[in-house]
Design a protein around this ligand. Sequence first.
Ligand SMILES: [Ca+2]
Ligand SMILES: [Ca+2]
Length: 110
Amino acid sequence: MRTILCIPVLVLLLAAAFPLSANAQFCEGNETRPCPEIGICKGAVRHCMNGVWGDCEGGVQPEPVEICNNGLDDDCNGLVDECVNSVWIVLIILGLLLFGVMGFLIKMGY
Ligand SMILES: [Ca+2]
Ligand SMILES: [Ca+2]
């Protein structure tokens, strides 16, 4: 029984490990490769250094954070204007407080 359970787990672990090693993408010589162009990010390239691809350099780099409501994917994560609206945060906090107060009142017998 234990062997039957271990084999699928081992297969899953190998499947999880293989894409990680594939993402490392070893290279040779002084190769240069264009980086994926997502959102505002364009024109960057990565260079092969000591057999490993370096970071994307040059071109238009991603903004550190998404700029809301400009119709652009500023942080180049594939999502346009994925901003959390502050009104929703306030409503969620108020809702949680209301549940807390109601729970307290019910517990006190009201
Ligand atoms: Ca984005
Ligand atoms: Ca944006």
